[in-house]
Design a binder for this molecule. Structure first.
Ligand SMILES: Nc1ncnc2c1ncn2[C@@H]1O[C@H](COP(=O)(O)OP(=O)(O)O)[C@@H](O)[C@H]1O
Ligand SMILES: CC(C)(COP(=O)(O)O)[C@@H](O)C(=O)O
Length: 282
């Protein structure tokens, strides 16, 4: 095996969710809804006698090396029975509720599948990515959503749980103040009980309905950090729909809220991504 394959997978902002436990990682996941976004992770995979991983982020706040090595990615490759030099580059901060872990897994698998000619279907890639996310407690519904584009509504756990997708031409904007360690939240029965009780009734059919349900959920979930309250208040005052990026210490707003969000930090304009993982180069 020679050469390098490069793939991109989109990130995902979860607006609301509830954990559903099945009898295996495949049937465990979440219901909810979120936006598949045009920033995500690019992974380059080059066959090599020994596996090595470099994790970088290239966000609007600048570029930085996050780590040498990633347990998640190393385990993934070893499960496939291959060794490679992998570089993942995240377009948004890791751990901040932008689904970067799911994007990293999907992008790495898509590139590895191409360069090693593994013959996995898109469905098999999503299945393995979902099981890996759930097994590591780094996400529940991000893989199902980010396996394709749009605003994804999930009514059952697992990769076949997406009941509808819609594709608004919306200007979205986000600001983040840091991470919330996802396993601490989705691994806590107390937190999950409050999250389940906060789950909104009915499914959104429009972007506005999605934003309203997301905010209603965030308020009732007990998850809103004090740090983001002034940002939500400023959006409310300006009549802009906004909510918390699940699960990160940040806010996403509908419409072009760049000016308002920039008062609080580095604001990032986003669009709804129309597609799932894509092979860029092989
Ligand atoms: N680009 C990446 N490359 C490799 N591993 C990643 C990447 N992004 C996230 N991860 C892994 O996922 C963990 C964070 O998961 P999580 O809090 O769910 O992040 P996010 O909210 O961005 O999905 C990190 O500690 C790291 O192990
Ligand atoms: C909210 C979350 C459980 C985690 O999202 P993230 O922190 O971005 O990995 C997500 O996977 C979902 O099920 O909706």
């Amino acid at each position: 095996m020679e050469g390098t394959a490069v793939a991109f997978a989109p990130g995902h902002i979860s607006g609301y969710f509830k954990r559903i436990d099945g009898d295996s990682p495949k049937t465990t996941g979440s219901c909810g809804a979120g936006i598949v976004i045009d920033r995500g992770v690019t992974a380059s995979v080059t066959p090599s006698p020994k596996t090595s991983v470099i994790v970088t982020d290239r966000t609007p706040a600048g570029e930085s090396l996050i780590s040498y090595g990633s347990g998640l990615i190393e385990e993934l490759l070893s499960g496939l029975g291959v060794c490679a030099k992998v570089e993942t580059t995240s377009g948004l901060p890791i751990g901040a509720g932008f689904g970067m872990s799911a994007a990293a897994i999907l992008a790495t698998l898509t590139a590895a599948n191409a360069v090693f000619e593994l013959g996995m279907s898109a469905e098999a890639i999503s299945e393995l990515a979902h099981e890996t996310e759930v097994a590591h407690n780094t996400g529940l519904g991000d893989v199902a959503a980010a396996s394709s584009g749009g605003v994804a509504v999930r009514t059952a756990p697992g990769i076949f749980g997406v009941s509808s997708r819609f594709f608004p031409d919306a200007e979205i904007c986000s600001v983040t103040f840091g991470s919330i360690f996802t396993p601490d939240v989705i691994g806590s029965p107390e937190k999950m009980a409050q999250v389940t009780a906060a789950f909104p009734v009915g499914e959104p059919a429009t972007f506005t309905e999605f934003m309203m349900k997301s905010r209603q959920f965030a308020e009732a979930s007990g998850l809103i950090p004090a740090r983001i309250r002034p940002v939500l208040d400023a959006c409310d005052e300006a009549g802009i729909l906004a909510s918390m990026t699940m699960l990160g210490c940040g806010v996403f707003a509908a419409s072009d809220a760049l000016e308002i969000l920039s008062e609080f930090g580095t604001a990032v304009p986003l669009k709804v991504c129309p597609h799932g993982p894509t092979l860029l180069e092989v």
